[in-house]
Design a binder for this molecule. Structure first.
Ligand SMILES: NC(=O)c1ccc[n+]([C@@H]2O[C@H](COP(=O)([O-])OP(=O)(O)OC[C@H]3O[C@@H](n4cnc5c(N)ncnc54)[C@H](OP(=O)(O)O)[C@@H]3O)[C@@H](O)[C@H]2O)c1
Length: 342
């Protein structure tokens, strides 16, 4: 058996912690070992928030603290609190792959600092500043097999891109998508204040996350075009943060190139879920968002919500656990990519 790939996490917030948990619960567990975490917060709080999570529940393992380490089921993970990549001894820690979950490094210059500091490869939990700032952008199940193993900076795209690209890809290949409009209803994130507070660049993000639906900017249209260039210029998007802790939805309106019915769309989605059960799911039960908390799929198509307006304009609704689904895809991409270079 191969020796486990040595992983590090930079930024132990929602996605960093979900990534560690997802690995802990995953059948891929023995293929990886998390050896380091870099996070500004103190170790006591990191251990506490590993044990107790308001969204995903109590951790199913033993969480202890060593000297400058978090100890999970007896395995020590070195913890640093550096604010720059250069301050962490990545090479001495023997890190093979760093999962960048702080979201603070987007441009190639910023990301290069990790490589210069001794990190062999980075997997980003975000799209990076642009396609040109990374070596590849991957949505698992769509283009992960295009990885060659020679890349050093790979983006796992966004949670919304992971949810909607598989659906748009299927729709486009079956019916032709002439135009598509995507409205994301996204649970709150840590870049919003609990009650009104200052934000340095976005007036709307000054508003209480728990009191309002808050429209925010989104790069989803560009994210879709990066993965499906055949849809360039045909996609627009809008995002609204809603006051729930987790699980998001996308309301997709599209104009098809041929006549279609709700039954055609649902049959296509059901067949896709049967072919790719690890990341696509389909349901026609009467759902509310909380049903998908801790759901590992990239996307769950809600067949009961599929509608037609005329012969070619259709509306499809999908759900996704923006934290857990995405964290599981980080794992899948890390596993595939690592398999190419072992
Ligand atoms: N949450 C989601 O649903 C979701 C889904 C997919 C992708 N993403 C993306 O994943 C990234 C992280 O999102 P998140 O929701 O996990 O955010 P988060 O909860 O705010 O976590 C980010 C963590 O990184 C820490 N950090 C800040 N600067 C750092 C640095 N220089 N080095 C190391 N750690 C640093 C933060 O500490 P401080 O709080 O002290 O700054 C925080 O603990 C973002 O790019 C986001 O867009 C998020």
């Amino acid at each position: 058996m191969n020796t486990p790939l040595r992983l590090a996490i930079n930024g132990y917030g929602r996605i960093g912690r979900c990534f560690l948990r997802a690995l802990h619960e995953s059948p891929l567990k023995n293929r990886f070992r998390i050896v380091a975490i870099n996070e500004p917060a103190d170790l006591d709080t990191m251990a506490y928030l590993t044990r107790f999570d308001s969204t995903h529940g109590v951790f199913h393992g033993k969480v202890e603290q060593g000297e400058d380490s978090l100890v999970i089921d007896g395995q020590a993970i070195a913890v640093t609190h550096a604010s720059t990549p250069e301050e962490v001894p990545w090479q001495a820690l023997g890190v093979d792959l760093l999962v960048e979950c702080s979201g603070r490094y987007g441009t190639r210059d910023q990301l290069q600092r990790f490589l210069d500091a001794g990190v062999p490869r980075l997997l980003l939990s975000h799209p990076g500043a642009s396609a040109a700032d990374v070596d590849a952008t991957v949505v698992y199940g769509i283009n992960h097999e295009s990885l060659a193993g020679t890349e050093r900076l790979v983006s796992n795209a966004s949670c919304t891109t992971n949810a909607i690209v598989p659906v748009l890809d299927l729709l486009h290949r079956s019916f032709g998508v002439e135009q598509a409009f995507l409205t994301t209803l996204h649970s709150v994130m840590n870049d919003q204040p609990l009650i009104d507070g200052y934000h340095n660049s976005d007036l709307r993000r000054t508003r209480s996350a728990m009191q309002s639906f808050v429209p925010v900017s989104t790069g989803l249209a560009k994210g879709v075009e990066r993965l499906l260039p055949e849809l360039s210029g045909r996609v627009q998007a809008k995002a609204i943060r809603v006051p729930t802790l987790n699980v998001s939805a996308i309301d997709l309106m599209f104009q098809a190139g041929s006549d279609l019915s709700a039954e055609d769309i649902n049959a296509l989605m059901q067949a896709a879920a049967q072919r790719a059960p690890d990341f696509i799911a389909y349901s026609d039960q009467p759902h509310a968002s909380v049903d998908f908390n801790h759901d590992p799929h990239s996307v769950i198509i809600d067949g009961g919500q599929t509608r037609l307006c005329g012969p070619r304009m259709a509306n499809v609704m999908v759900w996704f656990d923006n934290e857990w689904g995405f964290a599981n895809r980080l794992l899948d991409v890390a596993d595939y990519w690592a398999g190419l270079v072992r």
